[in-house]
Design a protein around this ligand. Structure first.
Ligand SMILES: [Zn+2]
Length: 74
């Protein structure tokens, strides 16, 4: 079985817009991460539970996760 948790996805810092990579497991576990550029803390949220519900389609999972992350970046 393919391990989605190990996939790296792009995230953008809500403050400085710096683009960096996180692993899906970080979002699934709603970890607190730090922007490598401005050092602000970012609380990851899997608000739509997309990681859990989209495992049938890896591409969907990544797209949905990106949407979830964007929604969380306020
Ligand atoms: Zn930043």
């Amino acid at each position: 079985m393919f391990n989605l948790d190990q996939i790296w996805i792009n995230a953008a810092c809500p403050k400085c817009n710096y683009s960096f990579e996180i692993q899906i497991i970080d979002a699934r576990l709603e970890k607190l991460v730090y922007c490598p550029n401005c050092k602000c803390s970012i609380q990851l949220k899997d608000e739509s539970a997309s990681v859990h519900t989209s495992t049938k389609n890896i591409n969907n999972a990544i797209n949905e996760l990106n949407k979830a992350l964007n929604i969380s970046f306020k």
